[in-house]
Design a protein around this ligand. Sequence first.
Ligand code: HPA
Length: 278
Amino acid sequence: MEKFLTLQQIDEAADAVRNKITTPPQVGMILGSGLGSLAELVENPIFIPYESIPYWPRSTVQGHVGRLALGKLAGKEVMVLQGRTHYYEGYPMDQITLPVRVMQRLGIKYLFVTNAAGAIHPDFEPGDVMIITDHISLIAMTGLNPLRGPNLVEIGERFPDMSQAYDRKLAELARTEAHKAGIQYREGVYAGLSGPSFESPADLRFLRTIGSDAVGMSTVPEVIVARHGGMRVLGISGISNKANLDGSTITTHEEVLEAGRVIAPKLQAIVLGVLRNL
Ligand code: HPA
């Protein structure tokens, strides 16, 4: 039997956060590549470097800062992950998703998750934001499910439902806020792969065929773990590049970070609006 993080270890990590704050957070936020600037708006923030929390994975990717910011944002107490870790960095799934477990142990009921994603839908363009309506958990379907291992019965059931992984009311709030701010938005299905290589043209045609609108290397593990513990999830992708279904263009990490500069203000407006209305 492989070893997985126990509830006791998760609680050690949760205590390390709890001991540094005075007010319990209500909303957890995980910010994707190049999209971390929202954390800078947290009022009177308490920053906790990832390395000071036991078992917490450290992000090794450029564009991910590597600290928690806790404080008030749009009237709500938030815990923001400024930088996330991905399976491709080499951490096991239970460690990748430890931050969501810690949120659950701190009593957080909402998870807002953002990511940079490649457009598969032909109409989507770099700079677009896409409200995630569902995901295709390719990474989990092929065996890398973050819930593999002993079930943490104190948190959730062995076979959790995923019929509404992305909360319909939160998505509706996000639409309303986007309208109010005059932001054109997309919506669609996010396909979660392991990366780190970008997809081949044949991979992308396959993803299109099975109903993906955008593709990325994160989010799905965190959302599965969030739903296991009954959190309500809002997911938004920032479209950073057009996936090259015919092999005519190349995709780079620089272009992903560059698009973040256009996307971040849109995400900011939507997320702040949703927070205000929670
Ligand atoms: N593919 C996978 N992940 C990504 C992409 C992409 O094209 N863009 C940003 N993250």
